[in-house]
Design a protein around this ligand. Structure first.
Ligand SMILES: CC(=O)/C=C/C=C(C)/C=C/C1=C(C)CCCC1(C)C
Ligand SMILES: CC(/C=C/C=O)=C\C=C\C=O
Ligand SMILES: [Fe+2]
Length: 520
């Protein structure tokens, strides 16, 4: 970690005064009170949370959520949702009671921005001001080596199989370990093993199970993806295999990918990394990406154990940030005939990236501006056929034509499944504003919505001992219209609200969560 905090860090408190609450929420007195798109003003807070309704007594453990919670550095106001410095939120449940906390992750990027009063490293849409010629030469060298890219780990938080907890975004160096109780930044996760010098970029959504950590590393020099594996308890990444890209000149943006029990599905979208943007610290048409329709769209299927590519097909153009799940559909003789892959699909249109510009998010005046999205279902044949299909899994009107930030029952990962939870839309809106349960068998959806509120990704927690896929609860942290913030807990089967756990201030929007069960 570099530098030392320029702003004073408030000690954790167990109670807070209204002034502190207002400060934590970042209430600025102007316009809407919604805290979703406003920087949290306090580095950290910790205390009791008021529970309304009844929390299930079996719900014992900690929910953590990561996301961008500070969108400014000194006088520099950030432009895009993805730029914000990482803020961790914790809600811990014990026998019907709840405590909560939030804390800034002390990345080099965040600490240096505080020290210098401006961003020093390249964020998603934020390139530091070019200085002297010497600075520019240094920047170019820094960018070539990845040193000038951010390590701001604002996307996901993941419990590893050995109990360590990792936060990360799409630069490899952003992987940090945090303490799930104090939310302390423990330090950088030091990967060992030989994966090659090109591995600057990683998926923000590795697949983590009790036994392994699987991820994809885009190769920007020789366009392709490395599939790498790390055993639980180890820091050593081993290359399982490599797949070449079919379009060019760079790999498609790959925020997330999907797995089945046997395979890894590697998406290749026509929204491709811009090497000019990454090398020269300049913004491309879509910040770090270019939309290159002529480059085509593909899906590759690699064997999880051998790394061999078993299928590589051309598919219709798609725009997917998140994959919901994937599974193998077996042929008549028991062989895997095709792979089914579901994703939050934005109709092959990268416009959703522009929708996530902060100014637009902050200026909702009742006009419907959220681009349409659907549950896109790919069918990828494993018999050597050259192309795959992309269809709509259910009528998008079921979820208001909004669809992203998805989650499933983890026990169904890579297997045939029925239910997905995601954020959908109640229009007019400028951002997904419902929690939605999708039944992929009945092709129906149920939604939770509160006027003016912005819920973050719904997260499913199974009841211990459950056998039904939707036996459990769905939780989401909500920024309310009145500036408040709470976690809503829904009964997953009926999708009815059963409890609300209130923070004494409104929290900024966050991306992804995880669950750490309490030790018995
Ligand atoms: C969606 C989300 O949670 C975070 C997305 C972050 C992205 C796409 C970050 C991209 C990058 C940087 C922050 C620095 C430059 C490299 C690049 C990987 C594009
Ligand atoms: C907020 C978001 C992506 C976050 C990445 O983790 C996408 C929202 C899409 C809206 O439909
Ligand atoms: Fe994500």
């Amino acid at each position: 970690m570099v530098g030392s905090p320029a702003r004073s860090v408030k000690a954790a408190t167990t109670t807070s005064t209204p002034v502190e609450e207002e400060a934590a929420a970042g209430v600025d007195g102007g316009g809407t009170k919604l805290s979703a798109w406003t920087s949290v003003r306090q580095e950290r807070w910790e205390g009791e949370l008021a529970v309304e309704g009844d929390l299930p007594l079996w719900l014992n453990g900690t929910y953590l959520r990561n996301g961008p919670g500070v969108w400014d550095a000194g006088d520099v106001a950030f432009h895009h949702l993805f730029d914000g410095y990482a803020t961790l939120v914790r809600v811990s449940f014990s026998h019907g009671h709840a405590t909560g906390a939030h804390r800034q992750i002390e990345s080099d990027a965040y600490m240096a921005a505080k020290k210098h009063g401006q961003p020093v490293l390249r964020e998603f849409s934020q390139c530091p001001e070019p200085g002297t010629l010497l600075d520019r030469v240094r920047d170019a060298v820094g960018l070539l080596s990845g040193a000038a890219l951010t390590d701001n780990p604002n996307s996901a938080v993941l419990p590893l199989g050995d109990g360590r907890v990792m936060c990360l975004t799409e630069t490899t160096k952003s992987s940090v370990l945090i303490d799930p109780h104090t939310l302390d930044t423990v330090g950088k996760f030091k990967f060992t093993g030989k994966v090659g010098a090109n591995a600057m970029i990683q998926s923000a959504h590795p697949i983590v199970t009790e036994s392994e950590f699987l991820t994809l590393l885009p190769d920007l020099v020789r366009p392709g993806h490395l599939l790498v594996r790390m055993e639980a308890g180890s820091n050593e990444r081993k290359v399982v295999g490599r797949v070449d890209c079919r379009g060019g000149p760079t790999p498609g943006w790959m925020h997330a990918f999907a797995v089945t029990e046997k395979y890894v599905v590697v998406p290749e979208m026509q929204l491709r990394y811009s090497s000019t943007s990454l090398l020269k610290s300049e913004l491309a048409r879509f910040y770090a990406f270019d939309w290159l329709p002529a480059s085509g769209s593909y899906m590759h299927v690699m064997c999880r154990s051998t790394g061999k590519t078993v299928a590589s097909v051309e598919v219709p153009p798609f725009m997917a940030i998140h994959f919901i799940n994937a599974y193998e559909e077996v042929g008549e003789e028991g062989q895997a005939a095709q792979v089914i892959v579901d994703c939050c699909e934005h109709y092959g249109d990268p416009a959703i990236i522009e929708t996530l510009v902060l100014q637009g998010l902050r200026s909702f005046r009742g006009t419907d501006t959220l681009p349409d999205a659907r549950v896109g279902r790919f069918r990828i044949p494993l018999d050597g056929s050259p192309s795959g299909e992309l269809q709509t899994a259910l009528d998008p009107e079921e979820h208001g034509r909004g669809m992203d930030m998805c989650n499933i029952n983890r026990a169904r990962l890579g297997k045939k499944y029925r239910y997905a939870y995601a954020c959908g839309a109640r229009r007019p809106c400028n951002f997904p504003n419902t929690l939605t349960k999708i039944d992929l068998v009945l092709r129906k959806a149920m939604s939770w919505h509160e006027e003016g509120a912005v819920p973050s990704e719904p997260f499913f927690v199974a009841r211990p001992g459950a056998t039904d896929e939707d036996d459990g609860v769905v939780m989401s942290i909500v920024s309310a219209e009145d500036g408040g913030g709470f976690m809503v807990v829904l009964h997953a089967a009926t999708f009815k609200e059963i409890a609300r756990v209130r923070f004494p201030y409104g929290l900024p929007y966050g991306f992804h969560g995880c669950w750490i069960p309490a030790k018995n």
